[in-house]
Design a binder for this molecule. Structure first.
Ligand code: NAP
Length: 327
């Protein structure tokens, strides 16, 4: 784990250091003959606070990551379209749809050296993200941790293109490629669960190593702080393989209400995705990623040398969040 000496200091020690540095400057310029009675170690005076920028920092993985970094006394800046984040975090206004906001993080903090990147959610994501990545590097960013997905290959569609671009730049990087989130049951599927007691998918009896966002945040934390950057990509999966039939059975047991997995066609799924605002290309891509589950595409990623395995389980998430599905 790599940390600057300063990042090991707690916040009050940092304030004391800042005050102390100011006092010292003042003493040098206005009272050259007087010496302070206490001299902190030279190494402490030279230390600089470096900041980790978390795009999508109000989102599922970004916010968990912000909390982990804060708890470990790292300086964190969050981006958000509204420019607000819950206490104690500092946020800046940032919108992928408005390139004039890309400078904001660097105006707010001149010491950003690492970025957690949650990509713009448009099919052709690279032209949107590239100006920000280039700007970040010009402002001193040395390391990126990019959130992608298991089925998005380097150089392929969507975030695969951003993966390829970052890997071509000679900067430090890690690409995290998680499987399907446990938390989708409390977001993507929440309306169908609560309105019609169903989860619809094209996955048939394919198994998924559902991953918790806490485990993704921990993988991002490790990648951001590793002394040596991996400059590679990793799948991030959970500890158990389950079909949607099994997952909905567990949910039914936990909430005491029958939830079923409805098997739908690719056409039905794409139509649904388009109906909630996705572009046809994005809807087809997402459907393709889900359909691959039926051919064991996610199951195959368990236990490979490129796989990080988390610890969080679906049942525990259901137990802890029962109220979400209580009608
Ligand atoms: N769900 C899955 O099963 C799954 C699986 C694998 C990979 N992924 C990937 O995970 C990523 C999503 O990560 P997440 O779940 O941590 O995020 P999330 O919970 O979906 O939150 C999205 C974040 O992006 C911000 N955001 C939304 N629109 C924005 C815009 N126009 N400009 C700038 N920021 C914007 C939001 O912040 P504000 O609202 O504050 O602006 C929010 O913090 C996606 O790239 C997805 O492909 C998801």
């Amino acid at each position: 784990m790599s940390r600057s000496t300063d990042s090991l200091l707690n916040p009050s020690a940092k304030i004391a250091l800042a005050v102390w540095s100011g006092i010292k400057e003042n003493l040098i310029h206005t009272q050259p003959k007087k010496r302070p009675t206490y001299s902190p170690p030279l190494i402490t005076l030279k230390a600089t606070t470096m900041t980790i920028l978390i795009t999508g920092g109000t989102g599922k993985t970004g916010f968990k990551l912000a909390k982990l970094l804060h708890a470990a006394n790292h300086s964190v800046l969050i981006t958000s379209r509204k420019g607000v984040a819950p206490e104690p975090f500092k946020a800046v206004t940032f919108d992928w749809n408005d390139a004039s906001t890309f400078e904001n993080p660097f105006k707010a903090d001149a010491n950003i050296n690492k970025v957690y990147l949650v990509a713009p959610s448009v099919f052709d994501a690279l032209p949107v993200a590239k100006p920000f990545i280039d700007l970040a590097i010009s402002k001193g960013v040395k390391r990126f941790v990019l959130l992608s997905a298991t089925q998005l290959q380097k150089g392929g569609v969507f975030i695969g293109k951003i993966h390829e671009y970052i890997a071509s730049l000679g900067v430090e990087y890690t690409v995290l490629r998680p499987t399907w989130f446990i938390e989708n049951f409390g977001s993507l599927f929440i309306h169908s669960i609560n309105n019609s007691n169903t989860v619809a998918s094209v996955t048939k009896n394919g198994k998924i190593p559902f991953i918790g966002v806490d485990d993704i945040a921990k993988a991002a934390f490790d990648a951001l702080l590793a002394e040596k950057s991996s400059n590679s990509d990793f799948y991030v999966v959970g500890p158990e393989l389950l079909t949607y039939d099994q997952a909905t059975e567990i949910l039914s047991e936990v909430i005491g209400r029958k939830i079923t997995h409805t098997h739908i066609t690719n056409e039905q799924e794409q139509g649904f995705f388009r109906s909630i605002g996705m572009s046809p290309e994005y809807a087809a891509m997402l459907n393709g990623m889900e359909a691959a589950i039926a051919d064991d595409a996610e199951e195959k990623l368990v236990g490979t040398s490129k796989t990080i395995t988390g610890t969080h389980k679906l049942r525990d998430y259901f137990e802890a969040n029962k109220a979400l599905w209580t009608k």
